[in-house]
Design a protein around this ligand. Sequence first.
Ligand SMILES: [Mn+2]
Length: 486
Amino acid sequence: MEKYDSFKENLKKGAEKFLNIPKKETIRIIGHLDADGICASSIIINALTKLNRKYTLTILPTITDESLEQLKSENEKYFVFVDLGSGSLDSIGRILSEKNIFILDHHHPQSTTIYNNITQINPHLFNIDGSDEISGAGVVFLFTQELVDNSEMSRIAIVGAIGDIQENNGFKKLNSEILNIAINKRLIEVKKGLKFFGVQTKPIHKLLQYSSEIIIPDVTGSESGAIKFLQQIGINPQTKKGWKKISELTDDEKKRLIAAIVMKSNNSKPEDIFTNNYLLIGEKEDSPFRDAKEFATLLNSCGRLNKASIGIGACLNDPKMKKMAIENLTQYRREIVNALNWYKDNEHSDKIFRKKNILIINAEEEVLPTMIGTLGSILSKSQDIEKNTFILSLARNYDNTTKVSLRISGKPENINLKDVIQKIIEESGNGSSGGHAFASGAVISTDYEERFIESALKVLSEFNFELINDSIKEDMNNKTVINEQL
Ligand SMILES: [Mn+2]
């Protein structure tokens, strides 16, 4: 049987099993705290509501033994992990051995061990690459379609895939099947547009100024340059009400803008300038819910500020929650500024340690644990940090654990940050890791901070960058754009 048929067969079987859960049981959903995880959670909630099932939901940044011990002590017997779980398969199998578990995930399974109490639905088990063919939200969507008609959530599955950076000039097989459902149901329309982030919501001159994709000499990075550029091509950057957005241009003005960008930018290929925009039908032109990319960013910011429930409400199309999600974005931007200010103020204190190729930041309680990865990502792209510098940052959670994140500047090839952090964990003897090649993280016990930092210094000092090919991978560069362009 073809691998896709086998996967779908598996979805069907899993769904049959799921429907056998007695109606009186409350289903415990555990979702991942990122845009994809929030989408995945809302998709299953939508289906369970239709099926008249009772559920409770918890959103976790990562699975730890402590969180599993907590779940073990709870009364519920039926658990569904969405967009996480496979990476902790053995811990779940060991600690939750008395529970009935469903794992709907697209991350690499930790092992090939079969647990009788675990039904795992994961494309990797069928040789389908979950890193770019389907997201957690996509897996959950296809699963729920076997339970009940949940097709209105296809648009949210696309937001999830975009949140996990699975779009690259279109989608691959399974994601594109889901997109077709959304297009046929008139939920999403795909339009070619300029490769700017925030096309729907930001003024044109700001798009030009802050673009990291379309580079125009004297315009990119300069507000006055961007304004002048618009004036030179006969576009007044202002309206009576304020700064003009792309949606306010006439067709003729749009053509002139595109022609001028094509002529003056440093990008030679059209695919460097244009991108697919996935637009949610029914959302207003200037709404952050209109473009799936902006929607995903909004969900990320909800997760980072521990307000995943607002994001879930937004995915379920609750108008009040959608309004709160937008307000949350303002708060999120403020937190980014706070984190950067803390860094600047403490650059020369003993909380920040710098040596060649290594920057270690221990923010302790000064930066939100959910923001520490964002701080690392922003620093990894900053001019002040030398190329090939590992940025290891730590901030404390409230439960005597510490969140660690690892980034690297200059995006060298052949370095997998998930492997690197795993090595540090093994060296220090404490913690569990997550993430991927270009952004990884861990949760450790706060008592181990010092030992972890020592181990990190040992592991990170062993890298010889002269031997590492540092040519920049185009797609890797694109992957971080979404979260940080705020
Ligand atoms: Mn995911």
